[in-house]
Structure formats: structure tokens, C-alpha cells
Design a protein around this ligand. Structure first.
Ligand code: FES
Length: 187
């Protein structure tokens, strides 16, 4: 006699009873569970997938961060203030401390440089005696206007978008590909 009880006791010849073998039923159940759980898994994973796609294919929207009152910046002299910059999307959010180089030309005009050397990404510094920005990694050096004066850097210093509102300087943090002659934004 075949039935569940006998199957469990192993009394069905060759494991086959009536409509099919035990292994056939197990395979069917596994497949059914797989088919039914796939949409559920996709539903749960969608926000994560969306955030990855968003990160890869969508650059963050312009968000200006407040750097500080412009009146506190010296005129025509590079200064490197730090500021907090919030970034992220609806799923990830972070706030990091960045520094930039700012040269104030007037109460309405500044130049803002990314602090990242366009050669291979080191941080450079301003040397007042030499009146140059110099990168310690491979010796690239730049004028106060950001032009390459020597070394392996393939382009000048990267400028960042800025605005002045109510006497406060705001900057948008951007990153650019290093090692290329063209300024290509990557984040
Ligand atoms: S990273 Fe600045 S010169 Fe190479």
C-alpha cells in the first residue's frame, strides 16, 4: 500500500508511489517556493537596487554648503577653510568635513579650488614664499590662478561652484577624475 505513512517508512518500491516519487515532490515544492519567493525578494531588494543605480547613473543634485562669512577671508591670499558638506539620497545620508582653497578678489568675487591635485589626487598646499600651490607627492606646482607651472599634472587646479548670499560664502563640493587633461566630474 502506498501513502504518506508508507513513504516515510520507505515501503514504496523504488521510492515510487502513485503520482510520483518523493524526490519529484521535493523538487516540485522547492521550485514552487522559489517561484513564490522571487517576487517577494525582488520587492525587498528594490530600494537597495534603486539606490545603487541612482548612485551610478545620477550625479547628486547641486547642494551648496555654507563655508563662512566672506568678510573674514583675507583679500587676494589663498586660505583653506573647512566646512561640513551633507550628501546622499533618500536612502543614504552622510555629512563630511572638507577643505577647499579660497581666494577672495572682492566682496562679490572669489575663486574656489578643490584641494585635490588633478595629477593623482594628493592634497597640495600654498607656499606663500614661492607664491605657488605645490603638491608634495610628485612635485606639480600651480600659480595662484590654478595654472600648471611644472610637474606631471595634466591640467590646472579644479575650480568649484560657489555663491555668496548675505555675505556668506557657499560652495558645492564636486570631485573630478584625476590624471586626465580634461576636467570630468565624477561626483
Ligand atoms: S598627485 Fe599631485 S603631483 Fe602627483
Amino acid at each position: 500500500m502506498c501513502g504518506t505513512e508508507n513513504e516515510h517508512k520507505g515501503s514504496c518500491p523504488n521510492g515510487r508511489c502513485g503520482g510520483g516519487s518523493l524526490s519529484d515532490r521535493r523538487t516540485f515544492i522547492k521550485r514552487a517556493v522559489g517561484v513564490l519567493s522571487a517576487p517577494l525578494f525582488a520587492l525587498m531588494a528594490w530600494p537597495f537596487v534603486q539606490s545603487i543605480i541612482g548612485t551610478i547613473f545620477r550625479l547628486p543634485k547641486a547642494r551648496y554648503a555654507k563655508v563662512g562669512p566672506l568678510k573674514e577671508f583675507p583679500s587676494d591670499k589663498p586660505i583653506s577653510p573647512k566646512f561640513k558638506y551633507a550628501s546622499g539620497n533618500e536612502y543614504f545620508h552622510s555629512e563630511e568635513l572638507y577643505n577647499i582653497w579660497v581666494i577672495k578678489h572682492s566682496d562679490t568675487e572669489v575663486t574656489v579650488f578643490s584641494p585635490i591635485c588633478p595629477h593623482l589626487g594628493c592634497q597640495y598646499d600654498w607656499y606663500p614664499q614661492a607664491e605657488k600651490f605645490i603638491c608634495p607627492c610628485h612635485g606639480s606646482f600651480y600659480s595662484i590662478e590654478g595654472k600648471v607651472l611644472g610637474g606631471p599634472a595634466p591640467r590646472g587646479l579644479d575650480t568649484l561652484p560657489w555663491k555668496i548670499e548675505n555675505g556668506e560664502l557657499y560652495v558645492e563640493w564636486e570631485r573630478f577624475r584625476v590624471g586626465t587633461p580634461r576636467k570630468i566630474r565624477i561626483g
